[in-house]
Write a protein that binds this ligand. Structure first.
Ligand SMILES: Nc1ncnc2c1ncn2[C@@H]1O[C@H](COP(=O)(O)OP(=O)(O)OP(=O)(O)O)[C@@H](O)[C@H]1O
Ligand SMILES: [Mg+2]
Length: 369
């Protein structure tokens, strides 16, 4: 599955821009402020219906405008092309359309490649609270094993039901014994989620350590240590043991909704002790490990968006980074400065000399969408 083109029309500072994408690496080069990150955001928005920069999609609407819109063309293994269009409007809210019609998130997810973003301001995945890492890992689970894509949601629903009952009983409505059935619901949903996360981390950990070493940091580790481990029966027992404490608190104090995914070097958490450069390297290494796992499973062609990554790396690491992408998949790299790109990343290069103007390498004309 390949993304063959991205169009922003309009999105933030991009009035109307179309950029064709091929397999392998496409680079987008242009001066600061020209709209490279906006283009990456447009691509992410068209595929997922979300932004990686903001939780308020209306931020994507051009200043003084009323609508933001981005569209991608995706070609599947049989050569069939489909179009995904995301939009947000001040008056009509947001839409995510597949070939012009509204589609549910699961159908859309099946019609597009999994996408991961590296951007300097995404370091919160490494240094932020555990919830971000859990959500990220669960997102990988869904891409790697589509049948497990529902595990997070199912657990969330079971937990919300138990929490509601805990709050009710704590407020004096109903007997604590009434919680048995909700404990069972949480335990049944928790066990497969915990097992799937464990399997995912076991698969990613060696590739994570290897990629981090390649980026100059030895001793890296990725680990998942669930609070609640074991089968559903064991988790049910654990919930029963904590029932009194939970009733005092008014919520569930134990389970996979509190788990941590640990990124460390020499046993020390990068979240707490990592330097900026080390945290950056860890984020890259995690995205690489996921990409390799998806490629190895031959499920899909993952799309990796690397915004402004070259400026963070020395020349040797840039070369090694680009060499990683020779093997397959699709990668979009942005850079302010062409010299920072290794030769292999300059083969398919799009220049953005001024806002809204794009030209493929060797091509002098602007491409109007
Ligand atoms: N909602 C918006 N409407 C119009 N323009 C916007 C909007 N949001 C941001 N911009 C403008 O977009 C421009 C920045 O674009 P972008 O972040 O994509 O630049 P860039 O090419 O990635 O630059 P750098 O190399 O510095 O990262 C800025 O001029 C900013 O004012
Ligand atoms: Mg930028």
């Amino acid at each position: 599955m390949l993304v063959t083109a991205i169009e922003a029309r309009p999105l933030r500072s991009l009035e109307r821009v179309r950029v064709p994408l091929g397999p392998g690496i496409t680079s987008v080069v242009g001066p600061n402020g020209v709209g490279k990150t906006n283009l990456v955001e447009a691509l992410y928005f068209a595929l997922t219906g979300r932004s990686f920069r903001t939780s308020d999609r209306r931020d994507l609407i051009p200043f003084g405008g009323s609508l933001a819109r981005a569209e991608v063309t995706v070609r599947d293994a049989d050569g069939i092309e489909r179009r995904l269009l995301a939009s947000v409007s001040r008056t009509e809210g947001r839409r995510h359309l597949l070939d012009g019609s509204p589609a549910d998130p699961a159908t859309i997810a099946r019609s597009r490649p999994p996408v991961a973003v590296f951007a300097p301001d995404r370091l919160s995945l490494v240094k932020g609270p555990p919830a971000e890492r859990r959500a990220h890992l669960d997102g990988f689970l869904a891409a790697r094993w589509p049948a497990r894509g529902e595990l997070r949601k199912r657990f969330g629903q079971a937990l919300a039901q138990r929490n509601a009952m805990v709050a009710r009983v704590a407020a004096g409505f109903g007997s604590p014994d009434g919680l048995d059935v909700w404990d069972a619901g949480v335990a049944d949903a928790a066990a497969p989620l915990i097992a799937a996360r464990g399997e995912a981390v076991a698969e990613l950990a060696p590739a994570f350590a290897a990629a981090l070493a390649e980026l100059g940091l030895e001793g890296g580790a990725l680990a998942y240590a669930p609070r609640a481990d074991g089968d559903a029966a064991a988790i049910r027992v654990g919930l029963r043991e904590r029932r009194d404490a939970d009733l005092k608190l008014g919520r569930s104090s134990w389970g996979p909704h509190l788990d941590e995914v640990k990124l460390s070097v020499d046993g020390r958490a990068l979240r707490k002790y990592g330097s900026q450069g080390q945290q950056r390297a860890a984020l890259l290494a995690l995205l690489f490990a996921e990409r390799e796992a998806l490629l190895a499973a031959r499920r899909v062609t993952p799309l990796l968006l690397l915004d402004d990554v070259m400026s963070e790396l020395d020349p040797g690491r840039r070369e090694r980074l680009v060499a990683r992408f020779g093997a397959g998949g699709q990668t979009l790299i942005t850079a302010a400065d062409e010299e920072s790109l290794p030769a292999a990343a300059r083969v398919s290069m799009v220049r953005m000399p001024s806002p809204g103007v794009v030209a493929a390498s060797g091509d002098s004309g602007a491409e109007a969408a």
